[in-house]
Design a protein around this ligand. Structure first.
Ligand code: HEC
Ligand code: HEC
Length: 307
């Protein structure tokens, strides 16, 4: 731990919050913002925390990685995001962690592959990236060596991220667009794949039908695929006829317009922790995207997969 951090923490313990020096208050606010993003809209744990058989996150493995993602073109394992010095990111610098998130290049210079949502995090502001790192430094270190991912597809790192500030919250649509496109990676799951199996952002943004493998903890159902759904404002195949409250309920509870409980690959348990303002902004933004007609495959029910 750095000396200043020990001083900050010692200061916090003595002063008990209210009388903190400004820098310690700033640090507290930064960690709180990071905790909000990681456990709310960014939903890092949906991939970086392994699951119990009922699909709830394993608290003993909080953000310790090792979740497996099996597709025809890769077997990937999420990595250990805890401050463990051997198996986690304890000895990485802030800049190294931010570069891995936003450009997909690790401390060792290796390129990260999917499903790590680097194309989304590429648009993340410097403030939010710094907040996420500040929070990750505070979580419990867990020793967990993660197997190496294997990709049959070429991996490309991204250019230098700009780190532009997020739009002001007063501009609801723009701010909602920032959460969707820089934090919550909605479109990396919800965009229809092209012939190469990559999301076709140019013509099918948000139109659904992307195949997502279920987690290996459901080993009784090997190879089950869940398809993302059309979240464009198309009236027949998308969510064009849904009320704002229905859209909010499916985002935060995973219950659709007809009362069906969705599969938690859709990170609703994380999105539930979003502020009402952020949720409002997301819905306002979703109304503005291009409606695309695309009928998606019906998914099996959650109950049938848990059995
Ligand atoms: C949709 C799944 C998914 C989400 C969401 C996700 N990650 Fe990842 N992440 C991965 C996978 C898989 C890898 C490993 C990729 C590989 O092996 O090339 C990874 C790798 C990383 C690495 C590289 C670590 C190392 O040791 O090389 C960092 C850092 C990271 N993720 C941070 C985050 C943070 C922070 C968040 C949330 C803001 C997040 N990830 C959200 C799937 C995800
Ligand atoms: C990790 C992948 C993933 C991410 C990230 C994700 N979703 Fe989903 N979403 C899904 C899947 C899969 C379903 C369908 C689940 C099912 O049918 O059981 C779904 C369902 C939905 C539905 C219901 C549509 C319908 O017709 O019933 C809406 C709306 C939705 N998502 C919006 C969003 C928004 C908005 C975001 C970002 C804030 C988001 N999703 C992020 C995978 C994802």
């Amino acid at each position: 731990m750095r000396t200043w951090m020990i001083l900050v923490l010692a200061g916090a313990a003595m002063a008990g919050g209210a009388g903190l020096p400004a820098s310690a208050q700033d640090q507290q606010a930064l960690v709180a913002r990071g905790a909000y993003l990681v456990n709310g809209p960014a939903a890092c744990g949906n991939c970086h925390t392994q699951k119990n058989p009922d699909l709830s996150p394993r608290n003993d493995m909080f953000l310790a990685g090792g979740e497996r993602f099996d597709t025809p073109v890769f077997t990937a394992y999420s990595r250990n995001l805890t401050p463990d010095k051997d198996s986690g990111i304890g000895i990485w610098t802030d800049q190294q962690i931010i570069r891995a998130m936003r450009e997909g290049v690790t401390k060792e210079g290796e390129t990260l592959g999917p499903p790590m949502p680097v194309p989304t995090y590429h648009n993340m502001s410097d403030d939010d990236a710094t907040a996420i790192v500040a929070y990750l430094r505070t979580i419990r270190p867990i020793h967990n060596e993660v197997p190496e991912s294997k990709y049959k597809i070429p991996l490309r790192p991204m250019n230098n991220a700009k780190g532009l500030p997020a739009p002001p919250k007063s501009d609801k649509v723009a701010y909602g667009g920032y959460i969707v496109n820089a934090i919550a990676h909605c479109f990396e799951c919800h965009t229809t794949p092209n012939e190469r199996g990559e999301p076709d952002f140019a013509s099918h943004l948000g139109a659904g039908g992307f195949p997502l493998p279920v987690w290996p903890v459901l080993s009784a159902k090997p190879g089950t695929i869940i398809y993302s759904l059309n979240i464009t404002p198309d009236k027949e195949t998308g969510i064009g006829t849904w009320s704002d409250d229905q859209i909010k309920r499916v985002i935060t509870e995973g219950i659709d317009k007809d009362g069906k409980q969705l599969f938690p690959l859709m990170p609703f348990a994380y999105f539930k922790k979003m502020t009402p303002e952020d949720l409002d902004a997301i819905v306002a933004y979703l109304h503005t995207i291009n409606p695309v007609r695309n009928k998606t495959e019906p998914n099996p029910t959650l109950q049938s997969l848990l059995k």
